[in-house]
Design a binder for this molecule. Structure first.
Ligand code: PLP
Length: 405
């Protein structure tokens, strides 16, 4: 097929038929392998977008492809009205990482967070002696991002996300990240839970400090609140530990995950600690597509590869030199690059101005990276990215900073 015709027609099809809720660059991707993707013109890119931290194993990892192909020929979907072996096994493996408890499978990050929010309501019900509507408040961070569904959006206090969709779901309050006092001040008899991201992804790669997380745990213990982590972006190895909260010596009550879990196959999950998991009983929650044999085969393949290829160790090790090289950029281009933040392969380079033109120049130079809030270029390579690929990203960013100096 003539690639020019293909591109024109894809652009035309999007122009004519796809909802205009994304501002996209004129780029059509057609093939991927490892950390690389190719567009319909045959141009190669280093893909440090990874489908927004989703393609944990890079593109088309042979082990993942084989597992998904095998399962697709065996059994794809059965609903949750029956058991399937893969769901049981993936639940066992996630409990092994998170701690004693149970897992609910769903299809996206927002849906996983809806599960957390519903859990908080059931905990509040228990706290209020079974009286509904008395204890339901969830305290979240200002500048949090929890998703686009109504509950998750209501927990996301950003004008650009909530605008036009009010009235929102009531029962959310917002405090300052890393300011324990501001969380403590919002706790009252109606409070059921605290929900935060260990590292805020969408709003600019802002890390919760260890002392803050320890303080939140103590606050929750004191007031019988659930401590719930949105690990949709930080989970499944992204920060060099399986979960982002594991950098702190604490144990949460519930965790949501999604993005990296399926390695590109849509899947979400909620882990809930023992006892709290018993708030749910038959009929109290559900989802048609959650935890299918195929989705769980994809998840199991991701966990297998993380173990077999020692990806947590590699992410931890490789990111040290990479972060140091990014810090060098901040030193060499102080008027353009202000700071580096993050952990493992979830890193943000904060610029002094709108990252848009920089990201366009990086695309031109052959690097794909997404934006995050606060003028931040987000770098989320696949967990399989090699030291050479990380170094290549530095070279490309340095080149762009130089031309724009
Ligand atoms: C992406 C993201 C979500 C939303 O996930 P979707 O799959 O897009 O619904 C929620 N929370 C965090 C921290 C995220 O990064």
């Amino acid at each position: 097929m003539n690639p020019t015709i293909l591109r024109t027609s894809t652009a035309d099809l999007y122009d004519a038929h796809v909802l205009k809720n994304y501002a996209r660059p004129a780029l059509t991707l057609v093939r991927g392998r490892g950390s690389l993707v190719w567009d319909d013109q045959g141009k190669q890119y280093l893909d440090f977008t990874s489908g927004i931290a989703v393609s944990a194993l890079g593109h088309c990892h042979p082990y993942w492809v084989a597992a998904v192909q095998r399962q697709a020929g065996e059994l794809i979907h059965t609903s949750n009205l029956f058991r399937n072996p893969n769901q049981g096994e993936l639940a066992r493996r996630l409990v092994g990482h998170a701690g004693p408890g149970r897992v609910f499978f769903c299809n996206s990050g927002a849906e996983a967070n809806e599960g957390l929010i519903k859990l908080s309501r059931l905990h509040g019900l228990e706290k209020a002696g079974g009286v509904e509507g008395k204890c339901y408040k969830v305290i979240c961070a200002k500048s949090a991002f929890h998703g686009r569904t109504f509950g998750a959006m209501s927990a996301t206090p950003q004008e650009k996300i909530q605008k036009g969709f009010r009235p929102l779901v009531p029962g959310f309050a917002f405090a300052e990240l890393n300011d324990l006092q501001s969380f403590a001040e919002l706790v009252d008899d109606s409070t059921a839970a605290i929900l935060i991201e260990p590292i805020q992804g969408e709003s600019g790669i802002n890390c919760a400090t260890t002392e803050f997380l320890i303080g939140l745990r103590e606050l929750c213990n004191r007031h019988n609140l659930l401590l719930m982590f949105d690990e949709v972006q930080t989970g499944v190895g992204r920060t060099g530990k399986f979960f982002g909260f594991q950098h702190a010596p604490i144990q949460p009550d519930a965790v949501s995950m999604a993005k990296g879990l399926g390695g590109g196959f849509p899947i979400g999950a909620v882990w809930i600690r023992e006892n709290a998991a018993d708030y749910f009983h038959p009929g109290s929650h559900g989802t048609t597509f959650g935890g299918t044999p195929l989705a769980c085969a994809a998840g199991l393949a991701v966990l297998d590869v993380i173990e077999r290829e020692k990806l947590l160790e590699k992410v931890t090790f490789n990111s040290v030199a990479w972060m140091a090289a990014l810090q060098e950029l901040v030193k060499d281009f102080p008027s353009q690059a202000l700071a580096v933040r993050g952990r493992g392969y979830l890193v943000g380079l904060q610029l002094a101005s709108d990252p848009g033109p920089y990201l366009a120049a990086l695309r031109e130079a052959g690097l794909l990276a997404p934006v995050a809030g606060g003028n931040v270029i987000r770098l989320v390579p696949p967990l399989t990215a090699t030291p050479e690929e990380l170094a290549k990203s530095i070279e490309l960013i340095r080149g762009v900073l130089k031309t724009k100096a």
